[in-house]
Design a binder for this molecule. Sequence first.
Ligand SMILES: [Zn+2]
Length: 257
Amino acid sequence: MHYDATDEWEKSFLEIYVRHNAMACLLIPMSDLERGIAFAKSHPDRVIPYAEIDIDSPTVVEDINKVYSMGFRGLGELFAKGRKNYNDPKYDTIWAMAERLKMPVAPHTGILADGSMSTMRPAFLADIASRHPNLFIHAAHFGNPWYEEAAEATRRNKNLYFDLSGSSLIKKENDPGYWNQWLWWTDMLGKAHIPKDAVPAWEKILFATDEGPDALEENIRRFNKALDACNVSEETRAKCYGLTIAKVLGINTGGIN
Ligand SMILES: [Zn+2]
């Protein structure tokens, strides 16, 4: 979720996330790095700090080194806002650095608030995931509206995940079983055309919210409605809701795994 550098937001976040015994990867703007990392370090049981580096910045290499040394664990939300897509050679250094530093990346996919979308197709992330097998990518918004492209990209790349935050679950509120046509391969594991290291389809979808702390429960309701309609197992749900990202980031879940 996105961090907002105000007393009010931090208070609301702590109250609600303590009540739910929840943690969040907080996407912290570059303008608020100091305050954001101080907040994260004061609440290590609630906050996993991510830095919102600008992938088009001329100082991006220095920026990544800086946020890594400050204690940021991941990079995101990222945006290919220029005329180049995520798979452009211009960005190769960023993916190689993140892979080497073991920093997961959280790129935006699909339609963006400013109306742009074509440079942020999920297919570009499939190419990056394939070239950087040790880079963990958890991309936002399941490629909205390129769901099939996103699903096939994650089916074939064990290090590529998506979340369903944003408008998609609102759009499909009255059709919560919609997602299974794209997340189709759970019953086919071990059969032809399914990678040997593939996992149940819904394991590749991580819970996320693109709204403020007070919308956490509504986002859980929306996500659970889709999980229920798509008959997702309890074991898989636990991974969607945190066990996967905890494992990637080495977070102790008290013996639950
Ligand atoms: Zn986004």
